[in-house]
Design a protein around this ligand. Structure first.
Ligand code: ZN
Length: 689
């Protein structure tokens, strides 16, 4: 492992700090914390922590000794001074006299001793930083170190690998007990340069930022060198598979996996708890999922305790998906997923009883799925969480593979994993996240670069859904996806081309794992007096305004049925479907057919839990009703533009956002299908009933 320290960068951050009132020690604490945080082989997604002991003035202007330690869950890669809350050091050190302390009480004492009472909670490993005497302390979960210490012979291996430079602290759950143990061990070996926290990670310390950092890099390098020297030869997968073949298979099997790893809502009929997927198939993953002992090794447990809150303690292991026998794969996937959730429930019950019976069970759905011959999926309630689970799963694969290459991988016990997974302070790292109405769902929107499509994508994302923006104009779709932010996906899709629609939905299935809501919105208007219009114009309009909807619905239903968790089809029909305007036949007639199409889907797929509804909107500023058209039409009617746009019963202009809300309401109305919602400010001639 190479050091990332660059003198010029370090001095630059010190110079910037001086301008902002940040002293040299804190500036360099920020610098090396970021260096550590940026290397996924050291820490991942909020793991690890660092600290600095310094002096600062309190509210009364008195100078006091403080510990500045990373706040819980903060990402080291982007740390800022505010992410290192300052806490009075002496009261924390006095706690060493206590035998034990309740978690809640400890958090209360910490908060009472914060210099800034509004600062975030310090890391769960704060006490370890407080008890150790060193000015700078770095703590990581370096993958190479874990491969050395997740072993039955870990103490002897540490002696061999680190040559006595690190003192060995036996496993205890992070927190007060571990902190007390660590300071005892250190005081027995005061010449050490750091500590090994058994089956958990590594601590290095120093008088200055550079010393603590350099020691971390040196120790991790020793572990890496040891693995490289002692690695038994491992088969490297020779057959590089064609990337498009992998993507194609991922698109086919992801909805099966996603559906099997969903859970019916116990209280609301028709509602599901769903997860979003992230697929990985690098060489190391492929080597791992092809291991003959995959099932056994997958029951071995996590490589470091705090991964359990992201990946659970074990992955779900599936069978090889044979492309021509996907129905069999679906059967075994469902059986195995059920066995997994059952195992999770039993694990909870037996350990909750042991731990006093006052814990609340987390959902029993897997967060990592291993597919032999194929790759792995990370699963999460959002795309972000799925990515984190996949990143940690890849690190787990590397950690376990290397542990096995130099010995035998051994994790903490089931009881120890439970105590971490259900530790209130670990759960607090995930924050008190409240689900939004569409959390866990994936929505695909066609015509997403247009006004209504873009507004719908924004509304669905704000309601918690992951969104895919489909448009024939890729650049415009990308622009709107960027405006939505998060993990919004832009996909090129020409709904007049069946192959393009099918490929777009495959892309969504590969990227998010499937689709739950399809908003078929793409459309364009053609005019002509029906008795005289060219057949070619009618055909063009039907290709987009009828067959486009059919292709989108068909592609979505294929994925929804593979998931087996219902779904929602939404169609943008027009006022023209029920209230034809003169010379608008080429537009209105296929829209009327699209209304019938919606009803047919509602009828044919209701038994699958798939709902079909439509929104009937009128007079929205969009690509179909441009500023020029508004100007000429209002002029022709002798109205102001404002009066023209609000020429309805309510006298209110209808916006793309109003239409988006109507789609959203349909997506949430689990007992409504074959319905048309009118969003036109009131037009009796276009009323549905
Ligand atoms: Zn740790």
């Amino acid at each position: 492992m190479k050091s990332g320290w660059v003198d010029r960068d370090a001095e630059a951050i010190v110079a910037d700090g001086t301008k902002a009132g940040v002293d040299r020690d804190l500036a360099l604490r920020i610098y090396t914390t970021r260096l550590l945080g940026r290397d996924p082989k050291l820490v991942l997604h909020g793991g690890g922590n660092t600290s600095l002991k310094t002096r600062m003035r309190d509210l009364f202007g008195e100078e006091v000794d403080v510990l500045r330690v990373k706040s819980t869950g903060a990402d080291m890669a982007n740390i800022e001074p505010a992410d290192l809350p300052a806490i009075r050091l002496l009261p924390m050190r006095k706690l060493r006299a206590l035998d034990a302390i309740e978690d809640d009480e400890l958090v209360g004492i910490e908060r009472a001793n914060l210099i800034d009472s509004t600062a975030p909670n310090p890391s769960v490993e704060m006490m370890l930083h407080a008890f150790l005497p060193h000015k700078f302390i770095d703590h990581t979960h370096a993958t190479a170190v874990l491969s050395v210490i997740d072993q039955p012979q870990r103490e002897k291996l540490c002696q061999d690998v680190f040559g006595g430079r690190l003192a060995f602290v036996p496993y205890l759950r992070p927190g007060f007990g571990l902190a007390k143990k660590a300071i005892d061990v250190f005081e027995n070996e005061p010449a050490c340069e750091g500590l090994i926290l058994s089956k958990h990670g590594i601590v290095t310390f120093g008088d200055n930022a550079r010393e603590a950092y350099d020691r971390m890099i040196a120790m991790v390098s020793l572990a890496e060198d040891f693995i490289a020297r002692n690695r038994k030869s491992v088969a490297v997968r020779a057959s590089a598979r064609a990337a498009e073949k992998v993507a194609e298979t991922a698109a086919r099997i992801a909805p099966i996996v996603r559906g099997a790893c969903s859970e019916r809502h116990e209280a609301i009929e028709g509602a599901w708890r769903r997860l979003v997927l992230e697929f990985r198939a690098g060489d190391a993953v492929l080597n791992f999922v092809d291991r003959g002992d995959l099932e056994g090794i997958s029951r071995a447990g996590v490589i470091t305790p705090d991964h359990t809150i992201r990946t659970k303690n074990w992955p779900l292991v599936l069978t090889i998906p044979e492309p021509h026998r996907l129905a069999d794969f679906a059967d075994t996937t469902r059986q195995r997923s059920q066995a997994f959730t059952e195992h999770c429930r039993q694990y909870f019950e037996r350990n909750n009883e042991r731990a006093g019976g006052n814990k609340i069970a987390l959902d029993p759905l897997p967060r990592v799925v291993l597919v032999p011959g194929f790759g792995l999926f990370g699963l999460g309630r959002s795309k972000e969480d799925a990515i984190i689970a996949a990143d940690i799963a890849e690190t787990w694969v590397e950690g376990v593979s290397n542990a096995e290459a130099v010995g035998t991988f051994e994790s903490i016990s089931e009881a120890e994993m439970f105590d971490c997974e259900y530790w209130s302070l670990e759960q607090a790292k995930l924050g008190k996240r409240k689900d939004l109405p569409l959390t866990g769902q994936v929505a695909a929107i066609t015509g997403a670069a247009g006004a209504i499509g873009a507004a719908t994508a924004k509304a669905f994302a704000a309601a918690g859904a992951e969104v895919a923006l489909l448009d024939v104009n890729r650049a415009a779709a990308r622009e709107q996806a960027n405006a939505v932010g998060g993990h919004a996906l832009a996909v090129t899709c020409d709904v007049t081309d069946a192959g393009s629609v099918s490929a777009a939905f495959d892309k969504i299935a590969e990227h998010f794992g499937g689709v739950d809501i399809a908003v078929s919105n793409a459309g364009a208007a053609w005019q002509g007096r029906i008795g005289e219009v060219d057949e070619e114009i009618l055909e063009k309009s039907f290709a987009l305004n009828f067959y486009g909807h059919q292709r989108v619905a068909q592609a979505a239903v294929r994925i929804m049925r593979a998931q087996g968790t219902g779904g929602c089809l939404l169609f943008n029909i027009s006022k023209q479907a029920v209230n034809p305007g003169s010379h608008f036949g080429p537009y209105g007639i296929p829209k009327a057919a699209a209304l019938a199409l919606m009803r047919q889907y509602a009828l044919d797929y209701g038994a699958d839990g798939i709902r079909a509804n439509a929104v009937n909107a009128d007079r929205i500023r969009s690509g179909l009703l441009t500023p020029d058209m508004i100007a000429s039409r209002s002029k022709a009617r002798g109205l102001s533009e404002k009066d023209y746009m609000s020429g309805n019963l309510l006298g209110r202009e209808v916006t793309a956002e109003d239409v988006a809300q109507a789609f959203l309401n349909h997506a949430l109305a689990l007992k409504t299908t074959a319905d048309v919602t009118t969003v036109d400010g009131g037009n009796i001639a276009a009323a549905m009933r």
